[in-house]
Design a protein around this ligand. Structure first.
Ligand code: RP5
Ligand code: MG
Ligand code: MG
Length: 282
């Protein structure tokens, strides 16, 4: 069972709000922790944003917890569990305490759904031969990583699933925005790359579906994701495509997968799983 670490015992991202200290053994809601007194923090940035929920006290806000809202197409179902609702009508983080109440900078109360594309290829030398790791003697897999503008950490080029959007569409859209700078390209420049990527993204393999140990999580709002692997086995797809950082990414690069990776949230776990699937070095 997962225990979250990146959303505990730290300063909340883009703020100076300090989380209430939660030791490992006090994470689960059903372990008593009478001193527990987390501060409430919901960023002002969320006010009036079309992509964000209203405040919980707002009388017009009638969220249907644990269901997909038919009209607004907002998915409030958790991959993890049927989450509980506390006495203030706030959803409770299924993994446990985080040291902060409220939403922080997350748009939704409860689960915030994202999708993460894991685009991989084999590492090759100048003669196009696949490179092996000297110790494990296994081929080295590389993945497309982006550097996040918010924290500067390297991460998967993932993003939020828009209301009513298919996850397959989110995966492609976010990859093109963050790793190919599609938002700054004109229609004709995009045409060729888009067709190529659409075909490449038709065959993907699900690697992970569930909670993300994201530094933005709170007691009442958390990230969940579906991570899909798209593998360019021959190396042809990306031979003709160039990577260019865009939107909430400030750089992009191919990175070798290994146990030494240091990445945002728990993205490293998804990459190790991808490497295992391809019987690659890690
Ligand atoms: C992570 O946040 C997810 O795994 C995904 O990579 C990302 C989505 O949020 P933004 O990149 O849109 O901030 O937890
Ligand atoms: Mg994005
Ligand atoms: Mg993103």
């Amino acid at each position: 069972k997962m225990i979250h670490k990146k959303c505990r015992n730290s300063i909340y991202p883009s703020s100076n709000v300090k989380r209430f200290t939660v030791p490992d053994e006090k994470v689960l809601w059903n372990t008593s922790f009478s001193e527990y007194c987390p501060v409430e923090y919901t960023s002002k940035v969320l006010q009036g944003k079309p992509w964000a929920d209203p405040n919980i006290e707002d009388s017009n806000f009638q969220p249907k917890w644990n269901t997909v809202d038919i009209t607004g197409k907002i998915n409030r179902v958790s991959f993890v569990t049927l989450y509980s609702i506390d006495k203030n009508n706030c959803p409770l983080n299924p993994i446990g305490r985080t040291g902060i109440k409220g939403r922080g900078i997350l748009g939704r109360w409860g689960p915030n759904h994202a999708a993460d594309p894991i685009v991989t290829r084999w590492k090759r030398n100048k003669d196009k031969c696949v490179q092996m790791d000297k110790i494990t003697n296994k081929p080295i897999l590389q993945f497309v990583s982006i550097q996040r503008r918010d924290s500067g950490e390297w991460a998967l080029p993932g993003g939020m699933v828009d209301p009513g959007e298919k996850v397959t569409a989110t995966l492609l859209r976010e990859f093109m925005e963050e790793a190919m700078n599609s938002l700054e390209k004109n229609q004709s420049e995009l045409e060729n790359a888009k067709q190529c990527m659409e075909r490449f993204f038709e065959r993907g393999e699900e690697i992970y579906k569930g909670y993300v140990d994201d530094p933005r999580n709170t007691d009442n709002a958390w990230m969940e994701t579906i991570a899909f692997n798209f593998h360019d086995d021959s190396g042809d797809t990306f031979g003709n495509l160039s990577l260019e950082a865009g939107d909430d990414a400030k750089s992009v690069r191919w990175t070798d997968i290994s146990d030494e990776l240091i990445l945002y949230a728990n993205h490293k776990d998804f990459l190790l799983k991808s490497a295992e699937k391809h019987n690659a070095h890690w």
